[in-house]
Design a protein around this ligand. Structure first.
Ligand SMILES: NC(=O)c1ccc[n+]([C@@H]2O[C@H](COP(=O)([O-])OP(=O)(O)OC[C@H]3O[C@@H](n4cnc5c(N)ncnc54)[C@H](O)[C@@H]3O)[C@@H](O)[C@H]2O)c1
Length: 335
């Protein structure tokens, strides 16, 4: 359901944001992207088809100008810092960017009567699982500042709904992976902390090896199990969440995952099969705060939004990420 309104997409030059921008453009949406390019890339955006504003969402004057100029009808909020380990070492950096800076955005939304918000939340808001698969009613007890910053913003959004009618969808992603299958855009983080790109970096020799953290977990092969959700499935979920809010939907939390888990060893073996390369592996101790198993219960996404993951096979995720890493850009944007 495309509308004539403008969407403001924060963090739209990042990994998940840029894939979502592409999808929304195919639906005829009008888009303004705000990104400070700390992690994002201009090159990830079709600059002839979106308005790009290079700036920080915590900049009150810039945000006011942006709302006055474009009067967005909804905000899709991807901008955040997302490295768990760094959040433990430097929590205030995370609370400033993931919690305080979005308040500037919300204040502008309140002033300008913008009442729709789609939030990139995370399964990290749940903390250590007390049951698997995890549904949206699973207790939220985050175990690191990253997860806590996202959980606190969810709370802020509920309070804004109560006070001034802001309607939000908190999309709690599990492990985002894969790239646009054509290999034109992809995942380019510096530093890269995600498993699949790191495995592929080990396959190309860009890093020496891939470290497996912990081989003594209570899982069939002793390594951690995660639910990998393809970035293009995340993109379609955002479009459906937008439809839901445009149709008058209420504030809701929705998990996004496939409902299937794969171990670190299984992902490495699959990557060897897809790339035809021997991937050097080293084994290290468990990392603090890494639960053995994180698997999504995705039923609510289907009943509420009509969404279901379509790329459930990790081979597809790895193949598309490999296309990006071995394509013309070799997995790196120029900017
Ligand atoms: N990647 C995952 O597996 C995953 C899982 C769960 C949730 N998430 C969430 O999804 C969102 C997107 O993740 P991603 O992997 O695409 O990350 P990313 O770093 O690629 O994208 C985030 C973008 O936000 C921008 N940004 C950060 N702070 C900003 C600020 N103050 N002002 C303007 N722009 C700013 C960055 O430059 C970057 O382009 C994040 O909110 C993240 O917490 C990601």
């Amino acid at each position: 359901m495309a509308s004539t309104g403008t969407l403001l997409i924060t963090g739209g030059a990042g990994y998940i944001g840029s894939h979502t921008v592409r999808h929304l453009l195919t639906l005829g949406e009008k888009i303004v992207v705000l990104d400070n390019l700390v992690f994002g890339h201009r090159e990830a955006l079709p600059l002839d088809r979106v308005t790009f504003v290079h700036g920080d969402m915590g900049d009150t004057a810039l945000i006011e100008e942006l709302f006055s100029d474009h009067q967005p009808e909804a905000v899709l909020h991807f901008a955040a810092f997302a490295q768990v380990g760094e959040s433990v070492a430097d929590p205030l950096k995370y609370y400033r960017n993931n919690l305080a800076a979005p308040l500037v955005l919300l204040e502008a939304m309140q002033r300008h009567g913008c009442r729709r918000f789609i939030f990139s939340s995370t399964c990290a808001t749940y903390g250590n699982p007390v049951r698997v698969p995890m549904d949206e009613n699973h207790p939220q007890d985050p175990v690191n500042p990253y997860g806590a910053s996202k959980w606190m913003l969810e709370r802020v959004l509920r309070d804004c709904d109560h006070a001034w009618g802001l309607k939000s969808v908190f999309l709690r992603y599990f492990n985002a992976s894969g790239c646009d299958p054509a290999g034109e855009i992809g995942e380019d983080h510096d530093p890269e902390t995600h498993l699949i790109p790191r495995i592929l970096m080990a396959a190309t020799g860009e890093i020496e090896n891939i470290t497996v953290f912990g081989t003594d977990y209570p899982t069939p092969d002793g390594t951690c199990i995660r639910d990998y959700i393809h970035v293009n499935d995340l993109a379609t979920a955002h479009a459906l969440a937008l439809d839901y809010l445009r149709q008058g939907g209420n504030t809701e939390a929705v998990n996004l995952g496939t409902g299937r888990g794969f171990s670190v060893n299984e992902i490495i073996q699959t990557a060897q099969a897809v790339t035809g390369k021997t991937i050097p592996v080293s084994y290290g101790p468990r990392r603090p705060g890494d639960p053995p198993e994180l698997i999504c219960q995705p039923t609510k996404a289907k009943t509420l939004l009509g969404w279901e993951a379509t790329h459930k096979d990790p081979r597809e995720h790895i193949q598309s990420a490999w296309n990006w890493m071995t394509g013309p850009k070799k997995g790196r944007y120029a900017d």
